[in-house]
Each structure stands twice: as structure tokens, then as C-alpha cells.
Design a protein around this ligand. Structure first.
Ligand code: C5P
Length: 271
């Protein structure tokens, strides 16, 4: 059964119009799991990489009423400070889907256990490195507990040494496994556009915006579905306002760009 997140209504609905989905239990609480695959909206993923737990909770609270389509990505720095239970908490107070960015890269058994822990703690999606191979991705996918997003390319200089040489092959492999999403950075727009043309059946999430050099909207205009922004939001004086402004700018550029020379390939879920 497929579900989608109704942002306006703030509840999970069966895609075919049925009742709200009941999630798994976490310390007596129900956790609703949200299938990001179904969103297909242009959205902004706010990277919660801050290490101050109070700031994270306070931004999560504010994001509940933020204007736009948002997803929260929780990285290791915050998880290490607050523990895995931070995911359910942030999800509950923000009302937004949560991605666990553990950049999982271990043997299949351990990778599956990490993913299961994250899903059981409230994550709707987990991020796994593709370079570890199809058996790892398959093991995580087989949990059936949420979306699996594969890293096939990275933004930092060192990724040129090894990772970026095999991105194309990794894309073919992760699509064969049937991952739900793929991470491709916005910092090399031509490369992103080329890779996006190879991907039909998974959403693309794209980091590298602002602090790492790409402009807001660059990724969406080159085939991504979600842009990821961390520092430019959580270090801003007013992080919620920063998130809203970036989201607005992204949508504005997307709307003007798709009427221009840039052919947009998804647009299945409207705007
Ligand atoms: O602060 P900034 O906007 O640069 O954060 C980028 C986020 O995207 C971080 O959470 C980082 O872990 C993540 N990311 C990335 N490059 C990748 C995959 C994820 O920068 N290839």
C-alpha cells in the first residue's frame, strides 16, 4: 500500500484515499512512516547537522509551521549528541518526514541492523553508500521499513580520487537493486544533468547548495527533486526564515527555468 504526506492536512493518507497509516511503535508511541517516493514535489531537505540538541529541537518546532515542502535530514553529528531517539522526537514536533543520514557503509548484516535501528527510531528513509555494493543495498532494502537512498557521488575534493570515477556504474547498480532515491551533488550541474537523464525510477536529492558553492535552484533545474541545505539554514540568525526564503527562491527558479530551455524530466507530481 502506498502513502503520501499531506502537508496541508498534516497527516498521512493512503494514496488511494483510505485512512491514515498507522506506524510502528516506539516506546509506546506510534511512529508514522512517510514514503518520500510518493511526494514527487519539489522540496527542500534541511540538513540538521548542528550538534546543539536544543537548537535542533527548536528549529524542528518552528518547521512545523514553515511555508513550503520540507524534509529533515538528521546526520551523525546530531545523532551522536542526542542519541537515535532524536529522530522520533524531531519527527513528532516538526510533523515532517525524516531521513537518517548515517551514510551506512558496512557488511550487509551490520548495514541492515543500522538501517533497522534508524527506521524503528522514526526515520522514513536512510542513506547508504553505493560503493559497498549491491548486496548491502539489497539487505537494507529488504527491511521493507522505509526508503533507501544511495550515495553515488560526493561534493568534496577527495571524491575525485576514487568515488567519482565509478559513479555511472554505481547508478546502474543501485537502480537494479531498486533504491528509492539517489544522492547526486549540485556542485557539478552538467554531471548532475547527465546522471539525472539515466534515472527514471528514483528521486534525486542534491547537496552542495550555498555553502559548498552551488546556487539555490541549480539542482532542481538540472533534474533533482530535492535540494539539501544545511549550514546556510542552521547557522542563520533566523533558521526557519532562511529555510522558507531558500525554498521560495528554489521554486521561483524552477518555475521560470522549466518554461525556458531546460527540459524537466519528472514533473509527475505537479508543482
Ligand atoms: O552545510 P551543507 O549545506 O554544505 O550540508 C550538506 C549536507 O549534505 C551535509 O549534511 C552532508 O553530509 C550532505 N551530503 C553532501 N554530499 C554528499 C552527500 C551528502 O554534502 N554527497
Amino acid at each position: 500500500m502506498m502513502y503520501c504526506w499531506s502537508h496541508a492536512g498534516g497527516e498521512l493518507r493512503d494514496r488511494r484515499g483510505g485512512e491514515s497509516r498507522r506506524g510502528r511503535r516506539n516506546e509506546g508511541r506510534e511512529i508514522n512512516h512517510i514514503e518520500m517516493r510518493m511526494r514527487r514535489k519539489k522540496g527542500l531537505i534541511v540538513a540538521f547537522d548542528m550538534e546543539d540538541v536544543d537548537s535542533a529541537l527548536s528549529l524542528a518546532r518552528e518547521m512545523r509551521n514553515a511555508d513550503g515542502e520540507f524534509v529533515i535530514k538528521i546526520g551523525r553529528p546530531l545523532e551522536m549528541q542526542a542519541g537515535v531517539k532524536i529522530m522520533a522526537k524531531i519527527k513528532e514536533i516538526s510533523g515532517l518526514p525524516v531521513i537518517y543520514d548515517g551514510k551506512i557503509a558496512d557488511i550487509p548484516y551490520i548495514s541492515r541492523r543500522i538501517a533497522e535501528n534508524a527506521f524503528d527510531a522514526g526515520a522514513d528513509a536512510v542513506i547508504v553508500h553505493a560503493f559497498v555494493g549491491s548486496d548491502v543495498l539489497r539487505a537494507v532494502k529488504e527491511t521493507g521499513k522505509g526508503d533507501v537512498i544511495a550515495v553515488v557521488d560526493m561534493t568534496h575534493e577527495g571524491s575525485n580520487e576514487f568515488l567519482r570515477r565509478v559513479s555511472s556504474e554505481m547508478i546502474s547498480a543501485v537502480l537494479d537493486v531498486g533504491v528509492d532515491g539517489v544522492v547526486i551533488p549540485a556542485t557539478d550541474p552538467q554531471r548532475l544533468r547527465h546522471f539525472a537523464s539515466m534515472i527514471d525510477n528514483a528521486y534525486i536529492i542534491s547537496p552542495g547548495i550555498k555553502t559548498q558553492g552551488a546556487s539555490v535552484g541549480d539542482a532542481i533545474l538540472n533534474g533533482a527533486d530535492y535540494e539539501i541545505v544545511g549550514r546556510a539554514i542552521y547557522t542563520a540568525e533566523n533558521p526557519k526564515e532562511a529555510a522558507e526564503t531558500i525554498y521560495e527562491e528554489m521554486i521561483r527558479r524552477w518555475r521560470s527555468g522549466r518554461n525556458g530551455r531546460i527540459g524537466y524530466r519528472w514533473i509527475t507530481g505537479g508543482d
